[in-house]
Design a protein around this ligand. Sequence first.
Ligand code: WT7
Length: 707
Amino acid sequence: MAKVRQKPNVKAQKSGNKLTEAQIAVHWKEEEYFRPSKRFIAQANLSDPAFVKKFSEKHFPECFDHYASLLDWDKPWRKTLDTSNPPFWKWFVGGKLNACYNCVDRHLAKHRNKAALIFVPEPEAESATVITYQELYKRVNEVAAMLRDFAGLKTGDRVTIHMPMIPELPITMLACARLGVVHSVVFGGFSGEACGLRAADSGSCVLIYADGYHRNGKWVDHKASADIAVRTATKEGQEIDKVLVWQRYPGKYTSDSPMAAGRDFFINDVLKNYRRQIVEPVSQDAEAPLFLMYTSGTTGKPKGCQHRTGGYLAYVIGTARYYQDIHPEDVYWCMADIGWITGHSYIVYGPMALAATSVLYEGAPQFPDAGRPWRIAERLDVNIFHTSPTAIRMLRKAGGNEPKIYNYHFKHMTTVGEPIEPEVWKWYYQVVGKGEAVIVDTWWQTETGGFLCSTKPALDLMKPGSAGPAVLGIYPVIWDENGHEVKAGSGNAGNICIRNPWPGIMQTIWGDPQRFVTQYYKKYNKNPKSKNWRDWPYYAADGAVLPADGYYRILGRVDDVINVAGHRLGTKEVESACLTIPEVAEAAVVPAVDEVKGRVPVVYISLKPGVPTTKAIEDKVTSTIETMIGKIARPKTIHIVPDMPKTRSGKIMRRVLAAISNHMDTGDITTLANPDIVEQIRELVQGRNVGPLREGPEDIKRFGDER
Ligand code: WT7
């Protein structure tokens, strides 16, 4: 019997007429628990209750010494946590280590002949290639030698990497880590312009590219975006000295973009001069930055989340070991892209620090058909699988019975990045996991480095749609807007925060420490002078509910960020792009529910006086967004409206637009400066025959509030 009955314990609760957002009662059917398959309980890495106890609050922060001790240190740390300058915590103070050494060199003695990476090209006719830890060691050293001696990079420099999912991406990252060079990987699907802006913000003089790659059956000419990136960075005042280009097929150039003499170099050519070179790993301070990862927030400008070497690596090796439950004999496949934090933490640094065998897939999950992931799993005998609700929804829709055709067996599966609908969870469990695999629904963020909430795999009961309790050493709390705790079982939603620091949390926002404080710590800090970490809870900007059983259910963002296919999109970034079009007077971007991607952006624009509404303007909006951000931000629909619904002070009421786009109640609009516009817009969007109103999800109900 896999299911356990649970009494519904969530009631709607109202207090007075006007509810604050955090008090909105969340009506949802409590799901039944699923009991993990007994087969894996015996081997679960977390099965020792005494070990779990060591992470109780009274052992904070020293509990995290255990994670750090999974690494090899050149010099041991003196102090686990230094909180003297809140909220700029220091972890494993005085310790020295090298991240590349920990992910590569130290495995050679026992695992040199073990597959580190198995690369699966998108074209099915191309066979997979295996890179052993020994081969990885050689390749990383040669690239490190090239970065140091040819590109002139040294410890502390930043380098921007804009690459697809090919083995040269983790190789380049590890080579940077070997030198203490701070890498900033930009997701391959972002535009050249987006890459250039990030390169300029980080102060990178060197860009690393690939010439092209396969995606969805098409060849993507990627080098072309390097030229745009260089132009954009230069415009921002950042000179790019060198563009280093990996060839997807070494020796063959597969881009139409010309190589700029003296600036662009083929890595495969240059590397010939660095054959057999060995570079000593540079011993780094535990607090030295390891990488930057840009992510979207509430302003038009993405922020560079800066992650530290020691704390980050300790946190990802610990969580990969205990929550991904990776054992030496496992074949682990995380289908995310390395260009996002999931790929950094749970394809590269966590699994490789554990000497795992990690599968790297170049292409789209449903290419050439929805059976592809399951064929890869069967062929490579993958037993730990990691993906997002969007990919699961897509594969379920395109081939709901496909997994049954293939003879693979997962013991463990992860879902990450968005809330998963219980129905989708059940398909993942029953069909993809064949009723045998445990599922962890891991909630976390780019900023947090690693998991924050998840069930203990194979040990805790699973509840579809809920991330579960906090992971080891993490102490969350839900507060309403006024700082009152929203208690477990109250049925109300609130803002989830983490009360304590942990080693995986980002150090700061690159170049903008003030924004780091205001964005994540100001909201619930009562005393900015306090030196006590208890006064500095981390504000995650996610809504959540907590039933009596202690299983957190994450409702989604409470800020101007929308989660498109598991990727964060700042609506302000999209709006800024629209406003660069001379004809556009005003722009508002809102989320709409999409059955596969979760949320998709819908763009509302109003035009300057005298500009006629044409299809050409719509096309211009789409192409501008694609050029400035990338195809991932492409709007689902564009509505050209005569005016925006506005408050008397002139603020665009994005919530009203979001309600219209999602067939929800627009609520009280009588206080608007122009209430009549609402009906006009509704008719424009929905036509004359308005269907029944829908309730709509929490994040959309609250979208665009006066924050
Ligand atoms: C946002 C962070 C975590 C790595 C990938 C995304 C949402 C993340 C879950 C989950 C419900 C989730 C949150 C969060 N989110 N995981 N298991 N259940 N929502 O990282 O791009 O920084 O996005 O993704 O809203 O704030 P990210």
